[in-house]
Design a protein around this ligand. Structure first.
Ligand SMILES: NC(=O)C1=CN([C@@H]2O[C@H](COP(=O)(O)OP(=O)(O)OC[C@H]3O[C@@H](n4cnc5c(N)ncnc54)[C@H](O)[C@@H]3O)[C@@H](O)[C@H]2O)[C@@H](O)CC1
Ligand SMILES: Nc1ncnc2c1ncn2[C@@H]1O[C@H](COP(=O)(O)OP(=O)(O)O)[C@@H](O)[C@H]1O
Length: 293
């Protein structure tokens, strides 16, 4: 799809918008050593239009983040050794009704206790909050892949790279790279999700095995740590903030906005010097180019 097609899917912000109608994203992410992934995703959601973003993170990291980025609220959760533990769900459960979308996974870690928490969370959402929008990326996808087939179906956008999608399908990442359309479609079917497969310079979007979208916007400068965390944040931000935005529309628009922001960032910082935070700060300019305001 071209720039005009994407622009048509992104209507201007409604005049009477207030921060709650623009949507509240809960980002569940980060562990010791990977706080940056959580911050990139949370900031990208805000920069993509979400009215409020709360970052749920291990308590010691949440306390640090709280003083760093004034626009982001934090929800400290029980943790051990810098990663979330099973007790985190008890704190989260009564609050889940406050959020329009959950984005989980960037920098979450694959520790045993974090896996237990994540699996219980997915199951809880499936049973008690089936309408909640969920974006899963990175470690959350590997944890989802461990669940028995179909156990935790949600209203889901999944944003794997080839390694992660390989785990979701029990394929090698080389096989995913060889057959990206088939892999994205099969995963969409298996997980009842919209799948955004990040295959370097090409991103494949599938909701089933019949209809696919391909994004080629972007540049090789975006092959840099944290670039995917930014895409996950854009996906959640667009999904909640734009009226009438379906999961498929959000999944089609987000990689385009991400690529456009990456292209604007490359003009300033070059293909070699570009870092994920540069993509992040160009999201508003990319949206302005697409929406005209
Ligand atoms: N600043 C930070 O805190 C950062 C934290 N990150 C976090 O680090 C954790 C591990 O994620 P990684 O993706 O780095 O490592 P993973 O271990 O998840 O995946 C990397 C493996 O997948 C394979 N692979 C196959 N196709 C690939 C493709 N198209 N793109 C990338 N890898 C492909 C690679 O060969 C490699 O073996 C995640 O939680 C992630 O969110 C990263 O996002 C980097 C930045
Ligand atoms: N050569 C490239 N051209 C365009 N986009 C790229 C290229 N390499 C990587 N990207 C983009 O960067 C992101 C990388 O995501 P991911 O592998 O999850 O990184 P990370 O885990 O470091 O955040 C994807 O959105 C991908 O499309």
């Amino acid at each position: 799809m071209g720039q005009a097609d994407i622009a048509a899917l992104l209507p201007p912000r409604f005049r009477q918008t207030h921060k709650y109608s623009a949507g509240h994203v809960l980002v569940i992410a980060g562990s010791r050593g990977m706080t940056g992934a959580a911050l990139l995703a949370a900031r990208a959601a805000l920069r993509s239009g979400a009215g409020l973003v709360t970052l749920a993170a291990p308590q010691e990291l949440a306390d640090l983040i709280d003083v760093q980025i004034p626009e982001i609220m934090t929800l400290p959760l029980p943790s051990a050794n810098g990663a979330l533990t099973a007790g985190a769900l008890k704190v989260l459960r009564p609050r889940l009704g406050d959020y329009d979308c959950i984005l989980a996974g960037p920098g979450l870690s694959l520790r045993r206790q974090t896996k237990a928490f994540s699996k219980d969370l997915f199951q809880y959402i499936k049973n008690y909050r089936p309408g909640l929008r969920v974006v899963l990326d990175a470690d959350a996808l590997k944890i989802l892949a461990d669940l028995p087939r179909g156990r935790a179906r949600m209203r889901l956008i999944a944003t794997p790279h080839a390694g992660e999608l390989g785990k979701m399908l029990r394929w090698s990442s080389a096989a995913v790279r060889r057959h990206p359309f088939i892999a994205a479609g099969k995963a969409a079917q298996k997980y009842n999700a919209v799948v955004v497969l990040k295959n370097a310079d090409q991103t494949y979007i599938a909701r089933d095995q019949q209809k696919y979208f391909l994004n080629i916007n972007g540049n090789p400068g975006m092959a840099t740590a944290g670039s995917g965390d930014v895409l996950a944040g854009i996906t959640a931000g667009l999904w909640v903030s734009t009226r009438g935005m379906t999961a498929l529309r959000a999944a089609v628009c987000a990689p385009y906005v991400h690529g456009l922001a990456g292209n604007l960032a490359a003009q300033v910082y070059s293909l070699d010097g570009l870092i994920a935070g540069d993509i992040l700060v160009q999201i508003p300019a990319a949206l302005k180019l697409l929406k005209g305001a």
